[in-house]
Design a protein around this ligand. Structure first.
Ligand code: ATP
Length: 614
């Protein structure tokens, strides 16, 4: 119930929807009852019991009787029909029949029009609510800490945002119908049934809880199973996602059958789980059908005895009662069917809410300041960092003075990328702090902090969009001149102009239509376009051939002149001119100094240099 309530909050403001929805449902149910009640005059006309009754002493006048007592409405209607018969000629009864059937058609039309209107309202509500859930998920994912993405599988996230949202969609639709519409229908139908026969309806009431108890028992079992099935669907999606992402490797290593097998195993587990769940869910419907059959039979026996022995019920009333009762079963069945669906949706809803509830650790603190200008230096003070339990950086002290270039070098896995991730706060240090001009970076808003930084990573991360939009990424009113200028500095202009649509060429998913070097030059252009004050280059030129590397290197050097830069490089030739070179090994700074100074030391840097020369 808590989950459902929270999901319903996405439907706010719900008042504007519920009032017309409930009103339309009430009206629809009234016309539906009236429609079924018309069977009484039809039967009474055909079986000749109309027109035989003695003339009443005083004619009933509309508005003169209690409107809530349906027997009065029946008497009024019969009085009207009797008059028609009394005043009509030989074919009066036939005319009455036409009249009654015409009215039935009108009632039927009205009740169905109203049903259609409620369905439209419900669909509108559902679409709006689900769109909001989807947006909330996206908004949350955008804000999530990087740490979340290393521990959670992408497929699982995707599955929550697609399959689970779909299941919730079904649950919301059924939920709205079940909680707001069907009970109204049930009340109105039961009101009519009580008016026809109190005895028979009281009797029916005894039977209902028996089936209700059994249905909720099935539903409970269903929920337990559901969560497992959703998780398996997420696994399937994960494997597919991994396979598509790693297609080249899968093919190059002839691992198609390995992947297929992996997928098949998971697919079979999913099917088994799904079947188990479906067989339980589908049980609800035949089960309620059978219960319905048993119900009706028992009612016919009881009602028949009221007609035959007691004579407290007329034949036409009895038939109308039974046909109305079959309609009562519809909302009751809908509720039973919906319980399963709602349980399924709630299990999915739990998974969605779990994701929305993930605590975001890297966020603006209260009263965070805007980082206006950067004047002096970026400092790492006794910084240590661990990915969960794995300590990756140990007690790092480092200054990056304004306008200078500091290079990080060292053996693979030493912690260079991790260190560079701490400055834009992709992660926060586990110990120590990072300051800009003496102030903790945590005191600044994330937006103003990251606004000052340009980052180019080993992997060029591009989006399925035009070249122009990829360079001007995140800026809505970028000028063409500025974009072109950035591309020229990054040595990307020429290859862009050689493409079919120039800057308006779409580069495909993650820039698939470009070569590795072209992708890298675009991400450099993107960083240049931002005119950053602090530049972080993590293997920014690794995917370039020697020729373009030289050109890009020049561009970067030009850029670095005006920037404060932190450069990570494996190829030491690219950072020889850095103001300071910092050697990181196993999470610790082992050497620091200029190129010449470090060579003289004959330590790790010297060793790395000699290895690259070989
Ligand atoms: N998201 C992560 N979760 C857990 N451990 C990680 C994560 N990212 C990196 N590591 C680990 O942290 C250590 C440092 O990694 P990092 O990428 O910072 O090293 P690096 O010096 O940049 O390496 P390379 O030069 O190969 O890029 C490695 O042992 C790596 O396995």
């Amino acid at each position: 119930m808590k989950t459902f309530k929270r999901l319903l909050q996405f439907a706010q403001p719900i008042g504007g929807f519920l009032t017309p929805y409930i009103l339309l449902s009430i009206l629809g149910s009234i016309f539906s009852v009236a429609n079924f009640a018309m069977i009484m005059p039809v039967l009474d006309t055909i079986f000749n019991s109309l027109g035989d009754s003695a003339k009443p002493e005083k004619l009933m006048v509309l508005g003169d009787f209690e409107w809530y007592d349906l027997t009065n409405w029946k008497a009024y209607g019969y009085q009207f029909l009797n008059q028609m018969i009394a005043e009509g000629g030989d074919d009066a009864k036939m005319k009455v029949l036409y009249y009654v059937c015409g009215t039935t058609v009108i009632f039927s039309l009205l009740s169905n029009l109203l049903r259609y209107a409620t369905a439209r309202l419900r669909e509108w509500m559902r679409a709006r609510t689900v769109a909001r859930i989807r947006s909330s998920i996206f908004d949350k994912v955008v804000l999530m800490d990087n740490a979340f993405f290393s521990s959670a599988r992408k497929g699982d996230l995707m599955s929550r945002a697609t399959n689970d949202v779909q299941a919730v969609e079904g649950a919301i639709m059924h939920g709205i119908t079940t909680f707001f519409k069907e009970p109204i229908q049930l009340i109105i139908f039961f009101y009519a049934l009580f008016n026809i026969s109190t005895d028979l309806t009281l009797f029916a009431f005894i039977l209902i809880p028996v089936s209700g108890g059994a249905i909720s028992f099935i539903a409970k079992k269903l929920k337990r199973h559901s969560k497992k099935t959703q998780e398996m669907a997420a696994n399937l999606l994960s494997i597919l996602d991994e396979m598509i992402g790693g297609m080249r490797v899968v093919k190059a290593f002839n691992s198609e059958s390995y992947m297929k097998e992996k997928y098949e195993v998971e697919n079979k587990r999913y099917v088994r789980s799904f079947q188990k769940e479906a067989s339980r869910r589908e049980l609800a419907s035949p089960y309620s059908e059978v219960m319905g059959g048993v119900f009706i039979s028992i009612l016919i026996i009881k009602g028949g005895s009221l007609v035959l022995t007691d004579a407290s019920l007329t034949g036409s009333e009895f038939i109308a009662y039974i046909s109305l009762f079959t309609q009562v079963l519809n909302p009751a069945k809908a509720i039973a069917g919906a319980i399963g669906n709602i349980q399924r949706g709630l299990a999915a809803g739990d998974r969605i809410l779990e994701m929305l509830d993930v605590e975001i650790e890297i966020k603006d603190k209260e009263n965070a300041k805007t980082l206006e200008v950067f004047d002096d230096k970026v400092s790492l003070e006794n910084v240590s960092f661990a990915y969960e339990d794995k300590k990756v950086l140990k007690n790092i002290n480092l200054d990056i003075p304004k306008g200078k270039t500091v290079a990080l070098v060292g053996p693979s896995g030493g912690g260079k990328s991790t260190l560079s991730d701490l400055i834009p706060r992709f992660y926060d240090p586990t110990e120590g702090k990072i300051t800009i001009d003496g102030e903790d970076v945590k005191d600044f808003t994330l937006h103003s902090l990251r606004e000052k930084m340009g980052i180019v990573t080993q992997e060029s991360i591009l989006f399925n969009d035009t070249i122009f939009n990829n360079i001007a990424f995140g800026t809505s009113n970028a000028s063409r001149e500025e974009v072109i200028e950035a591309a020229k500095i990054a040595n990307a202009h020429d290859f862009i102009m050689a493409m079919e649509d120039g800057y308006d060429t779409n580069i495909g998913d993650r820039g698939m239509k470009l070569s590795g070097g072209q992708r890298q030059r675009l991400s450099i252009a993107r960083a240049i376009f931002k005119k950053p004050q602090i530049l972080i280059l993590d293997e920014a030129t690794s995917a370039l051939d020697t020729e373009s590397e030289k050109l890009v290197q020049k561009a970067l050097e030009y850029l670095m002149q005006n920037c404060t830069s932190l450069v990570i490089a494996h190829r030491l030739s690219t950072i020889q001119h850095a103001d300071e070179i910092v050697v990181i090994k196993d999470g610790e700074i082992v050497e620091k100094g200029t190129h010449d100074h470090l060579l003289l030391q004959k330590g790790v840097y010297h060793k790395l240099q000699s290895m690259q020369k070989m």
